[in-house]
Design a binder for this molecule. Structure first.
Ligand code: ZN
Length: 342
């Protein structure tokens, strides 16, 4: 099969395009013929090397796979060769107390396809049969590939962790990111008023078009001060954060009494200063979140199928252009998902 892989950590230049052996479906697994695979920021982290993470080498990235079932491993039932599928990107043991309780995100074996195990930057990928979810028939391959990882992440943050409610004000940091654009749609779906941040006029306009009620240009406005203005000095009940550093600090200052901040990332800085006076004085809750539960994605897919949640595709590139796609993300030029097609 043709694939994009690397055998040493580094910048986009370590990505190679060429032939790799076809994967084989082990017991309980299927091989999926990949039709499209979206790129996530996680891919850039894995490519660069993460402390303690030892991926399968040579490594094939790719968390967000859609395609058709090519072959079935031993013991697989309920799936048919040729069937279309959207692949749940999260991996868990399926047998421990956390998995049995539906809290698969707390499984000690929890991982993401394409992180340790080879993923979807390839014509074929083997995945656990349990990860094959029904394909959302209203979407093209490119649109469907833009759904899984950011949707499970944003749904888990807003719905499962922060319990967003109708009438609340929600601040979404970074509307142009995959998680940010998904969070805007999910917050609106739950009846919240959305204030989004974006960098520059073009991205602010796109955030408005996505449904943000108000947009703050973080390149020229003070986010916390502007949130106070927009909420009659109250602040927001919920912040969706994934950037870290001074952005996280401004996000904490933007919270209303009893406000909840939920974060899933630290793209610009993992060390922050926290004013504990604000934390207790305003009854704040700080929530960590990473990926999500299987049930988060299946709940969201109902709204994807109805058209209420629409995937945001920045651009579509052939698999051979994966390196350029990574470079585009590193330059922060994208808005929504970049999708590779095979
Ligand atoms: Zn488990």
């Amino acid at each position: 099969m043709r694939a994009v892989w690397f055998n040493r950590f580094g910048g986009p230049e370590v990505l190679q395009y060429g032939e790799r052996p076809d994967p084989v479906a082990g017991p309980g697994e299927v091989v999926v013929r990949v039709r499209a695979c979206a790129i996530n920021h996680l891919d850039l982290w894995v490519r660069g090397g993460l402390p303690g993470l030892e991926p399968e080498m040579p490594h094939i990235l790719g968390n967000d796979v859609v395609g058709t079932i090519e072959s079935l491993g031993a013991g697989v039932t309920g799936l048919a060769v040729g069937e279309r599928t959207l692949v749940l990107p999260t991996l868990s043991c399926g047998a421990c107390p956390a998995c049995a309780a539906g809290d698969d995100h707390l499984c000690r074996a929890y991982d993401v396809l394409g992180r340790r195990r080879n993923g979807g930057y390839a014509e074929l990928v083997s995945v656990p049969a349990a990860n094959c979810l029904p394909y959302p028939a209203n979407l093209s391959w490119e649109q469907a590939a833009a759904v899984p990882l950011v949707t499970v992440t944003a749904w888990h943050m807003l719905v499962t962790r922060a319990h967003v409610r109708a009438g609340e004000d929600v601040l979404v940091i970074g509307a142009g990111s995959g998680v940010g654009s998904a969070a805007i749609a999910i917050a609106r779906l739950h009846g919240a008023r959305v204030i989004a941040t974006a960098g520059g006029e073009a991205k602010c306009a796109r955030a408005r078009a996505l449904g943000a009620h108000d947009v703050i240009d973080h390149t020229r406005e003070d986010v916390a001060a502007r949130v106070r203005e927009l909420t009659g000095r109250k602040g927001v009940e919920v912040v969706v954060e994934h950037v870290g550093g001074p952005v996280f600090e401004a996000a904490v200052r933007s919270l209303a009494r009893d406000g909840r901040l939920v974060t899933c990332g630290a793209t610009i800085g993992a060390k922050v200063t926290l004013d504990i006076n604000l934390l207790f004085g305003r009854h704040l809750t700080l929530l960590g979140s990473w990926m999500g539960r299987r049930d988060d994605l299946t709940a969201a897919l109902v709204h994807v199928a109805s058209g209420a949640l629409k995937p945001i595709v920045d651009s579509v590139m052939p698999l051979s252009e994966a390196r350029h796609a990574h470079e585009r993300i590193e330059r922060r030029e994208h808005f929504g998902k970049i999708v590779l097609t095979m």
